[in-house]
Design a protein around this ligand. Structure first.
Ligand code: PEP
Length: 256
């Protein structure tokens, strides 16, 4: 049985004062969720704060992006080793906002995945289709292309030390969640594509759903057999919402 993971993506939000109260509340209220992992992916400047508040606790932390390069003249970039220096466990790669706003193509994302793993970080690889692509009936083709870029570069076994996040672009930050059936269908497709190369890797891999997950829809999504938790944007900034989402993951685990 796969354990669940709920990871917050704070995007470009936060401040030392709000972060402290948010993290303190999450820490206090998610302590008993054995079997459900909880993580926060914070903006780079707040990694030292996350580290100092969360070290030695049940919460993990990580970043939202990294450079594909190891070091060098890449002004403004942050390397995998720097994230490890702040004891990050996770790093998001290929978020749709990076793909759309910063021109990251699937090959670049695969290189970032590689750089993350080479440093011992657990990449959270985001894949997902736009509304136009869904309406054109090419959702599976798109997520397959995004996934295959990584498996072709790294081999399918590289997925063992990673997490996938299926995030339909049309559901991110829009308040429009994929229905549990829509999400489950794509998650099952992703898992079966990986199973064609390695059933063991497919069975063990956590596939999170992301896109307007809230306290009131999390349980239904997490109840689906191929949905192993969530990547949470907006709701991860509101303590009560995020805590309720974590509890929904825990409850699903008990029911399974
Ligand atoms: C995200 O940023 O990965 C995300 C899923 O955002 P939201 O939950 O706000 O849709």
């Amino acid at each position: 049985m796969r354990s669940k993971l709920v990871a917050g993506n704070w995007k470009m939000h936060g401040g030392t004062v709000q972060n402290r109260s948010l993290l303190t509340a999450i820490l206090a209220e998610t302590e008993g969720l054995n079997g459900t992992d909880v993580a926060v992916c914070v903006p780079y400047p707040y990694l030292p704060q996350a580290q100092s508040l969360l070290q030695g606790t049940h919460l993990s932390w990580g970043a939202q992006n990294l450079s594909q390069h190891e070091k060098g003249a890449y002004t403004g970039e942050v390397s995998a080793a720097m994230l490890v220096d702040f004891s990050c466990r996770y790093v998001i790669v290929g978020h749709s906002e990076r793909r759309a706003l910063y021109g990251e193509d699937s090959h670049t994302v695969a290189l970032k995945f590689k750089a993350a793993q080479a440093a011992g970080l657990m990449p959270i690889l985001c894949i997902g289709e736009t509304l136009d692509q869904r309406e054109a009936g090419i959702t599976e083709h798109i997520v397959a292309e995004q996934l295959d870029a990584v498996t072709k570069l790294m081999g399918v076994n590289a997925l063992v030390k990673s997490v996938l996040a299926y995030e339909p672009v049309w559901a991110i930050g829009t308040g429009k969640t994929a229905t549990p059936d829509q999400a489950q269908e794509v998650h099952a497709f992703i898992r079966s594509r990986i199973a064609a190369y390695s059933p063991e890797v497919a069975t063990g891999l956590k596939i999170l759903y992301g896109g307007s997950v809230k306290a009131n829809n999390a349980a239904e999504l997490f109840a689906r057999p191929d949905i192993d938790g969530g990547l949470i944007g907006g709701a991860s900034l509101i303590a009560d919402e995020f805590i309720a989402i974590c509890c929904a993951a825990k409850n699903e685990l008990i029911l399974e």
